[in-house]
Write a protein that binds this ligand. Structure first.
Ligand code: CTP
Length: 423
């Protein structure tokens, strides 16, 4: 691993970002503040991995420093005075500035109470040794590594290790973070840390639904979330979220198919559907409640996915008509159908679901309301009935051209206006 951290920092970032880091260090120095790159960015620098988010901790008033930085040309800064943090955007990089702090937890799962502190105290409040290193960026000390907990050694040994035995009781979301880093980096949980996870699993009960949901969404933003789910199942973390949640051997294939088919934002929604697919409705209710997912897009999608799962047997027909497929599926959203296509074990059903998604759902009649008026059908319910029958015929391949549609429409109108029909 390289030892020249000045060069490491210089080579890791585009010139404007590096320049800003230098300038921030100089300004901080003038205010007698210590300034440090901290956490993920240091971990990723030492691992030679790219990171777009840079956390900088200030031994001093972060907002005052941000106000000075804001006077530099081409710098966009947003300060959150209430939280004492500021965010800068340079190129595609996001730089967060905050004051070094020490934290104490009044009870497990509570958000910590915070006091300003120095960098040593700030590092002590962190989750894992590999996330508890800092690189000084003050002039004269630029590139000096502070590594009180041997994070660098753990990077070399590929270990995820907590700083102290109460880390998960302080904040049980770290259990979910530990698995995420382990799988992302292909590391291993250090033996004692793994035992602490088993010991402190119940602490997850003290975490709010919003925080749990955020961690699951972070799992799903990783390159291969299925690896995380596998490990979370092994460590009984999935079951802690909902007793019916389990790893499924098909996840390897279905998750990778999601990545091929969907853009990242919709992939996250589909991953949720795959995760809940084996639940029954009451288990789903319980999980959505636990994760504080109520009434929004994701709630709706998960529920529709299970509702459709319970209807799939209707599609298990060799001779089913295309119009029947259409009318069975038309009230389900495409992602709910996509999720079922990914999860069903039946080749036939998958083929029908994909036929709907790729083709049938786009089917439209060439005739429209104006054509109906031209054909003498008065505005009203009848127009809908005729057009719907024409659409059915079109879906089933019985009409192709506009002339076919018109001929069919006329015969339907004739039948409907034949008084004998209504007897
Ligand atoms: N952190 C922590 N405990 C948490 C959350 C965060 O100690 N529950 C600390 C860690 O030191 C972490 C830093 O805050 O490195 C920033 O958190 P975050 O942005 O979530 O993670 P990154 O380390 O930046 O890693 P990544 O975004 O790559 O997951």
């Amino acid at each position: 691993m390289p030892q020249n951290y000045f060069k490491l920092i210089k080579d890791a970032f585009p010139e404007p970002v590096f320049r800003l880091i230098i300038q921030a260090g100089e300004l901080a120095h003038g205010m007698s503040y210590g300034l440090y790159l901290v956490g993920g960015v240091v971990r990723d620098l030492l691992l030679d991995r790219k990171s777009d988010d840079i956390d900088i901790m200030v031994e001093g008033d972060a907002i005052k420093l941000a106000d000075l930085l804001a006077q530099l040309p081409n710098t966009r800064i947003t300060s959150y005075r209430k939280f004492g943090t500021s965010t800068l955007k340079v190129d595609d990089f996001r730089i967060d500035l905050a004051t070094c702090r020490r934290e104490t937890y009044s009870r497990p799962g509570a958000l910590p109470s915070v006091k300003s502190g120095d960098i040593t105290e700030d590092l002590f409040r962190r989750d894992f040794t590999i996330n508890a290193m800092s690189l000084c960026i003050n002039p004269g000390k630029f590139g000096e590594l502070i590594d009180i907990y041997n994070g660098k050694q753990d990077l070399e040994k590929k270990l995820i290790r907590v700083l102290h035995s109460e880390s998960f009781t302080d904040d049980a979301t770290r259990i979910m973070r530990a698995i995420r880093y382990e799988q992302r980096l292909n590391f291993k949980l250090e033996t004692k840390t793994e035992k602490l996870i088993a010991r402190d699993l119940d602490m997850l009960d003290s975490i709010s639904g919003d925080r749990l949901r955020k961690e699951i969404s972070l799992w799903f933003s990783e390159l291969q979330p299925e690896k995380i789910l596998h490990r979370a199942d092994e460590l009984a973390v999935l079951q802690k979220l909902q007793t019916g949640l389990h790893w499924n051997d098909h996840f390897n294939e279905t998750f990778s198919r999601v990545r091929k088919q969907a853009k990242p934002a919709s992939a996250v929604q589909l991953y949720y559907c795959l995760l809940v697919y084996s639940l029954n409705e009451s288990e789903l209710d319980e999980l959505l409640g636990r994760l504080n997912i109520h009434g929004g897009k994701l709630d709706n999608l998960c529920r529709l996915t299970l509702k459709l799962k319970n209807k799939l047997a209707l599609l298990d027909e060799k001779e089913i008509k295309r119009a029947d497929i259409y009318y069975l599926l038309k009230d389900f959203s495409p992602p709910a159908i996509r999720a079922n296509a990914l999860c069903t074990g039946s080749h036939r059903i998958r083929t029908y679901l994909e036929l709907y998604l790729d083709n049938l759902r786009f089917t439209k009649t060439l005739l429209n309301g104006r054509d109906m008026a031209r054909m003498g059908v008065p505005e009203g319910r009848l127009v809908g009935i005729v057009l719907q029958d024409v659409l059915k015929a079109k879906l089933n391949g019985e009409v192709k051209t506009k002339m076919d549609e018109e001929r069919l429409a006329r015969s339907i109108i004739r039948k409907l206006s034949d008084p004998g029909m209504h007897q």
